[in-house]
Ligand binder design. Structure first.
Ligand SMILES: *[C@@H]1O[C@H](CO)[C@@H](O)[C@H](O)[C@H]1NC(C)=O
Ligand SMILES: *[C@@H]1O[C@H](CO)[C@@H](O)[C@H](O)[C@H]1NC(C)=O
Ligand SMILES: *[C@@H]1O[C@H](CO)[C@@H](O)[C@H](O)[C@H]1NC(C)=O
Ligand SMILES: *[C@@H]1O[C@H](CO)[C@@H](O)[C@H](O)[C@H]1NC(C)=O
Ligand SMILES: [Ca+2]
Length: 820
């Protein structure tokens, strides 16, 4: 295989090559030969061990490389073996490097990749001098082999255009290796994420939901009252899932808050076919919000039976704004309804407004039971609703003091430990000054109109000692944004770095934001989210820009995170796009996130998805600044809507890039010369997760007999890992015969954890091959100080293999450090 001549390459790779040549943009672009981000192998690698922490190979690929190594090494005599074995291993293993795509010149899928990684000149000379004969067994590249006799030509052929990425110098390039595998952040701590366009041409897409029925369909609702069915391949059914546009009250004016606002599938939808919707209606010249139940059509799984509507609840809306709109089912099976305060500014209704008045359903989180409602009442009051014994309070009230909660979500919890599961996050839109994020709990008061964010709005109510309100977990002033759109805690599989990060946005400013709980202090760390610049989003199918008006967020059935925004926030403008959020700094290991959707029976036509948005390669300019408006109400008509510049073609972008080269260089180089600034909220400084390749040379103090450590893959574990025990001068593993949570508790306590989550078996955290198996048949009461005090077989005596290495998952509420 010969490398493609440059002339045959298309403009795109030429552009890439030029980009690589621009030093200012060089902040590393990890990419594997399959054009995806690198990952942490689920099991440690035995051959290409240096890429066990992070790279592009899993154990299967590693084993295949080892086999290739044996096949090539077979041809070596003893002297050649001594001289060349390590070079051979080096050359083979670069396929596992997180920079494999650079090393093999493979960023462009349309050209053949190299068969030997790009080598730095000095290293190439060394390999050529001692081991050039081995290339015959290593590569089918005739052109390379024909140069074997000429060192200069041979090494020029193996050099890379971008010498920063050549092997082995890239291993010691700090620039490329610091922060490898963590979310890319700019000098201000703004996390750089990328997007994939998922759907487009939508008229104010207000919600995207799934049926939780294994089909991985998603349903996108437009404000006008239409809901569309999409299949997992993003194609859309021509016939709407639901069309109540006739009944829905809305208008084309930008910022109209009325309309179809929410939809949720019953948690047992698969069995009862029920769907709930939330929309604005006009009844006898009065505006109302209506919560209705629909049933799926008996003969079309992609459409509701439009005759099945039953109105569960209607609430009068005294003004046209602040209509709430979220509907959710909790883990308790109850339906949660999020209403607004009824509208106008400052919640003017009644003596102290609606939100603080438990006799009205406005400005509330309501909770009702809609199960078994086919006979008798349409809904019932859950017996543990907080105010059922308060005579004047409506029994539906679950929490109060909300102004206009726009988008709430339940946290699915950590996929592994379930930590955080069931927390209810809401964005509550503010009045004049602050937007806030709340965690909603039963019976609590969220402050409005006494308080806006952390500050007092109605001084008299605010200072009343009986207010007893819950403060937000985060609030931001109106210079950052004027209308919060609540989001989700990411719990998907594909972007492991985002696990536990609450991602939300602002409708007016278009800002994306994130909060992450520091479990040691309970503080929420704030980081803005930016679109990846430079090469961060240069992966097939990804983009790095979006329309400004962020309407809503969504989760798909697998837990991946999306948001919807539009360039023209009118219920009739088809400018809405759905984006999936992607972290390109690290993906889940191959195969881990595979889902097999259940089949969907499609009646009628399908429309294939055609993406329209493009990656913007030049450094994106500042987000459009909004004109300061003197008008107070938020979530109302947008005054400043600078149209997004159209994407110039690639050549123009390139020219702009070259013109801006100095500026770009300066802005990326500057942080390195400045003293590192501590970040707000205590997130560790800029040098996070620095990668270590070399083992420490000085031996640490020898551990005591019975000391334990837990190993997750090849990295030192945090709260879960394979158990390794130190006995008589050596580390070894523990066999999982009889291994249970009592034994695991001993290990966890030794490591300083109060709780054990699980005792794992069958080498769940990888096999400790390099170590002896030291303990078998361990049986503890749980109170022992070390495993040696438990009953066990003689040290080193066992009848098991490393396939039965035991592990633990521990937990404590105290310190928890994630890899972010
Ligand atoms: C939705 O229903 C309205 C009338 O009820 C109809 O005019 C319109 O064409 C329908 N839209 C679609 C996409 O089916
Ligand atoms: C609370 O709301 C109820 C129902 O709307 C209303 O009758 C009552 O006057 C309100 N109370 C106050 C103190 O405003
Ligand atoms: C404080 O609030 C309570 C209950 O809402 C009310 O009864 C009381 O009069 C208020 N006190 C003052 C000083 O406003
Ligand atoms: C391993 O040895 C134990 C006794 O130490 C015995 O009970 C068990 O059956 C043996 N297991 C196997 C697979 O041979
Ligand atoms: Ca509040």
């Amino acid at each position: 295989m010969a490398r493609a001549a440059p002339g045959r390459r298309r403009p795109w790779p030429l552009l890439l090559a030029l980009l690589h040549a621009l030093p200012g943009l060089l902040w590393g672009h990890p990419q594997c030969l399959d054009f995806k981000p690198p990952f942490k192998p689920p099991r440690p690698l035995h051959f290409c061990v240096q890429y066990s922490d992070f790279g592009c190979c899993d154990a299967e690929r590693d084993a295949a490389l080892l086999e290739r190594y044996y096949r090539v090494a077979e041809n070596f005599d003893q002297a050649a073996y001594a001289a060349c074995a390590s070079h051979l291993q080096n050359l083979l293993c670069q396929e596992c490097s997180p920079y494999a795509a650079h090393l093999y010149d493979a960023e462009d899928p349309s050209t053949p990749e190299r068969t030997v990684p790009g080598l730095c000149k000095d290293y190439c000379v060394q390999v050529w001098q001692t081991c050039r004969a081995m290339f015959r067994y290593l590569t089918p590249d005739e052109e390379l082999l024909s140069l074997e006799g000429n060192m200069a030509k041979f090494c020029r052929y193996l050099s890379l255009d971008d010498t920063d990425y050549c092997f082995p110098h890239l291993l010691v390039n700090n620039n490329l290796n610091q922060n490898l595998g963590v979310v890319v952040a700019d000098s201000e701590g703004c996390l750089q994420l990328c997007l994939a366009e998922v759907a487009n041409g939508l008229r104010n897409p207000v919600a995207m939901v799934h049926a939780n029925d294994g089909t991985h369909r998603f349903f996108i609702a437009e404000q006008v009252g239409l809901v569309w069915t999409y299949l997992p391949d993003r194609s859309r059914l021509e016939k709407p899932f639901l069309n109540i546009s006739e009944a829905v009250l809305t208008s084309p004016w930008e910022g109209d808050e009325r309309g179809f606002l929410g939809i949720v599938f019953h948690p047992k939808f698969k069995f009862n076919g029920k769907v709930y919707v939330y929309y604005s209606v006009e009844v006898q010249y009065e505006e109302r919000i209506r919560i209705s139940e629909f049933r799926i059509s008996p003969d079309d799984m992609n459409s509701v039976d439009h005759g099945s509507e039953r109105v569960i609840l209607e609430i009068d809306e005294p003004a046209s704004n602040h209509n709430g709109g979220e509907l959710l089912f909790g883990d308790d099976g109850y339906l949660y309804i999020f209403t607004g305060d009824g509208g106008m500014a400052g919640d003017p209704f009644g003596l102290f407004g609606n939100a603080q008045n438990k006799s009205t359903l406005l400005g509330k989180v309501l909770r009702i039971n809609v199960d078994n409602n086919d006979h008798g009442p349409l809904y019932r009051i859950p017996p543990d609703n907080p105010f059922i014994n308060e005579p004047k309070a409506r029994p539906e009230v679950y929490a109060y003091g909300a102004r206009n909660m726009w988008r709430c979500s339940f946290d699915r919890g950590d996929p592994y430990t379930k930590e955080g599961k069931g927390r209810l996050f809401c964005g509550d839109v503010g009045q004049n000054k602050f937007e806030e994020i709340d965690i909603v709990e039963k019976g609590k008061n969220y402050g409005w109109r006494a308080r806006e964010g952390f500050s007092c709005y109605d001084k008299k109510l605010c200072t009343n000692s009986s207010l007893d309100d819950v403060l937000p977990i985060y609030a931001y002033p109106h210079k950052i944004g004027k209308s919060v759109t609540g989001g989700y805690v990411y719990r998907g599989c594909e972007s492991p770095n985002l696990n536990g990060v609450y991602i939300f946005g602002d409708f007016m400013s278009g800002r994306l934001m994130s909060l992450k709980e520091n479990r040691a202090t309970g503080d929420w760390q704030y980081n803005e989210i930016c679109m990846g610049t430079g090469q961060t989003c240069m992966f097939p199918g990804l983009i790095n820009n979006y329309y400004q008006y962020i309407i809503s967020f969504a989760e798909d059935e697998a837990g991946e995170l999306y948001f919807m925004s539009t360039g023209v926030p009118s219920a009739t403008a088809p400018n809405g796009v759905v984006y999936k959020m992607v972290d390109t700094s690290r993906r889940a290991p191959p195969g881990k996130c595979r889902v097999e959707p259940l089949p969907v029976k499609v009646k009628g036509k399908l429309t294939k998805f055609v993406p329209k948005e493009k990656l913007i390669i030049k450094k994106p300019t500042q987000r459009p600044k909004l004109r300061a408006t003197t008008r107070a109400p938020t979530r109302s008509r947008a005054t400043a809507a600078p149209p997004r510049a159209t994407t110039p073609d690639w050549l123009e972008q390139l020219l702009t890039l070259m013109r801006n080269q100095n500026r770009v260089q300066m802005t990326t180089a500057a942080p390195r010369t400045r003293a590192p600034k501590p970040r707000k909220g205590g997130r560790a400084g800029g040098r996070r997760g620095q990668r270590r390749r070399k083992k420490p040379t000085s031996a640490p103090l020898e551990p005591r007999n019975g000391a334990v450590r837990i190993m997750d893959g090849n990295a030192k574990g945090k709260d879960g890992g394979r158990v390794e025990i130190f006995i008589n001068g050596e580390w070894g593993t523990v066999c999982d015969d009889l291994w249970n949570s009592k034994a695991a508790a001993v290990v966890c306590r030794q490591l300083g954890f109060a709780f054990v989550i699980r005792a794992t078996k069958k080498a769940a955290f990888g096999e400790g091959h390099s170590l002896p198996i030291l303990l078998d048949d361990v049986q503890c009461t749980g109170r022992e100080k070390t495993l040696l005090e438990c009953s066990h077989a003689n040290i080193g005596r066992h009848n098991c293999s490393h396939k039965e290495d035991a592990g633990v998952i521990c937990s404590h509420e105290d310190v928890f450090e994630t890899e972010q």
